[in-house]
Design a protein around this ligand. Sequence first.
Ligand code: ZN
Length: 88
Amino acid sequence: MFILKGIEQLTNAIAKAKKIRPRVHFVNFGHYQVSGSKGYYTVTMRKDDRGNKAVECRCKGAEKGLVCYHAAAALSLHVGLARQRQTA
Ligand SMILES: [Zn+2]
C-alpha cells in the first residue's frame, strides 16, 4: 500500500504500464483487477482518515510499499472515471 502524493511518484510505473499494457478490469469505482505476471491483481483506492489517497495492490512490490505498474494502470482508468463523474 502506498499513499499517492503526486503524479511524479508514478512516472516510472506509468512508463512500465505503457510498455506492458496490462488489462484493467473495472469492478466498481475505486476497485479494479489488473493483469500481471501471475494472473490478476486487485487494486483498490480509497481516501484515508486524513484525506490521503491510499492505493493498494496485492502484488509483491506493492506489499513493500512500491508503486507498481498495476496501480499506475488502474489509476489512469480511475482518474478518467473520476473526471467523467465530475462533468456528468
Ligand atoms: Zn501491483
